[in-house]
Design a protein around this ligand. Structure first.
Ligand code: EPZ
Length: 423
């Protein structure tokens, strides 16, 4: 049985919405717990399906795991190094963080290459090169099961060919207990990486320079338990700012770190969106905004986030003129455009670029989420379309947005979620 949501468009939204903890920090923080020799409590955990999959993998490693509404308590005291080859690995690409964390803890890990949303080829060569640089030997058998082993992990200088978020975090996890100093050069600077480093530091790790392009790690022998609160989700917040500009009258987006959204906020202002930015919230006045076309080029942080180009595409269909999106991170990340065109958008795609011709009137249709942020783009389109829209494969949206229907219904949206007979 798969679920779908039905949205009746045309209702102006009003009110306040609270952002949840950052998914892309959460999915690294939870595997990182296996590095601790004592209990770890993480607060602000979003209620998303990725967390359930990661909790399953922790239990497979013989950790005691208790999950509550917005926090998780993990006791890794009786942690065992067992192969991670169950279906839970395939539920999300980020299960690969167990590679770095278990390698860092045991100098050995055996696990399947994880799945995750299809966004074009998503190799992990930079992760593996980092592990090898630390002294690990890697084999991969025909069904994609990796075995990674090191007599001893020795700190070294590692240059990343691309400022990869995942590789930066995974190498950091493998290096925190390595012998000596590790330097990660051309490191990614995303806020979620800083959040992971902050929790590792509370455990006793010695890490400097996170958030710059050179991270220095001094290996330590032991890491202990700690308490940690996850930073707010900047991608969920960006999605709601865009949604508010498209479908809101006055919407307050709360539990936000505005500087994490600098690139989006400046683009929305360039489009003519009326906003008030304060310490931990942003107020958006959607009705007063007549929107102008803008050009977007996705970049690693602090550039414009690739995860927000999909939701922004929907808003750009309501802007007057032609907008051009250049997607430099995932050149194939345009599967949402065909779905939006089914609703009346006028978007042309060609090798890494999308040309969006606005302003177009959107009409309700039967569409399908192809990945997490495509789902977000379709929800925004459905909220402003004339008539009813049915969005299939809602599980994509549930992977990264905590109770999105509930949050939207509280703002006045007309949404129903139903089981769909799988034919
Ligand atoms: C993280 O993915 C995020 N996921 C993605 O968010 C986000 O889009 C991406 O960073 C970029 O910001 C999580 O944090 C769980 P990368 P990640 O390694 O770590 C290439 C969402 O919607 N690459 O920075 O996988 C890769 O193919 C998700 O929340 C290699 O070539 O991103 C891609 O083109 C989607 N070799 C580029 O680098 C490698 O070893 C960016 O990848 C690793 C990456």
């Amino acid at each position: 049985m798969s679920e779908k949501i039905i949205i009746e468009g045309g209702h102006k939204l009003n009110g306040t919405v609270m952002m949840s903890g950052a998914k892309n920090a959460t999915v690294a923080l939870i595997p990182a717990i296996v590095l601790a020799e004592g209990p770890v409590t993480v607060f602000g955990v979003p209620e998303i399906s990725d967390v359930e999959a990661l909790a399953t993998l922790l239990r497979e490693l013989n950790c005691n795991v208790e999950t509550f509404e917005n926090h998780i308590i993990v006791d890794p005291t009786h942690l065992q190094s067992v192969p991670l080859v169950s279906d839970a690995v395939n539920k999300l690409r980020a299960s690969y963080y167990f590679m770095g964390a278990l390698l860092g803890r045991f100098s050995y890990v055996k696990m399947k290459m994880p799945g995750g949303c299809y966004l074009g080829p998503r190799p992990i060569d930079l992760h593996l090169k980092g592990f090898e640089a630390l002294g690990a030997k890697i084999t991969c058998d025909e069904d994609g099961t990796y075995e990674i082993y090191a007599e001893e992990l020795i700190g070294t200088k590692i240059y990343l060919d691309f400022a990869s978020v995942g590789a930066t975090i995974n190498i950091m996890l493998a290096a925190v207990k390595a012998k000596g100093k590790t330097e990660i050069e051309n490191a990614a600077k995303e806020p979620e990486i800083i959040d992971v480093a902050n929790m590792l530091t509370k455990m006793g790790a010695k890490i400097r320079g996170v958030g710059t392009d050179t991270i220095t790690i001094e290996g330590v022998d032991h890491l202990g338990g700690c308490y940690h609160e996850i930073i707010p989700d900047r991608i969920e917040a960006g999605t709601f700012l865009i949604l508010a500009a498209a479908a809101g009258e006055r919407i307050v987006v709360q539990n936000v770190i505005p500087q994490h959204l600098d690139s989006l906020i400046s683009k929305l202002k360039e489009m003519g969106v009326k906003m008030e930015v304060s310490g931990d919230s942003v107020v958006v006045y959607g009705l007063e905004s007549s929107l102008k076309a803008v050009d977007i080029k996705t970049q690693p942080y602090p550039g414009f986030a690739t995860d927000l180009q999909q939701p922004l595409t929907t808003l750009l269909t309501q802007a007057t003129g032609q907008s051009i999106i250049e997607e430099t991170i995932y050149p194939e990340r345009f599967k949402h455009c065909a779905e939006l065109n089914k609703m009346g958008a006028d978007i042309d795609i060609h090798s890494g670029y999308a040309n969006i011709n606005g302003k177009t009137k959107l009409k309700g249709a039967n569409v399908c989420a192809t990945d997490l942020r495509c789902g977000a783009a379709l929800v925004i389109a459905a909220l402003i379309a004339e008539g009813e829209t049915e969005i299939g494969n809602v599980y994509h949206i549930d992977r990264g947005y905590d109770n999105i229907d509930h949050k939207l219904i509280m703002l006045g949206a007309r949404i129903t979620r139903i089981e769909r007979e799988d034919n």
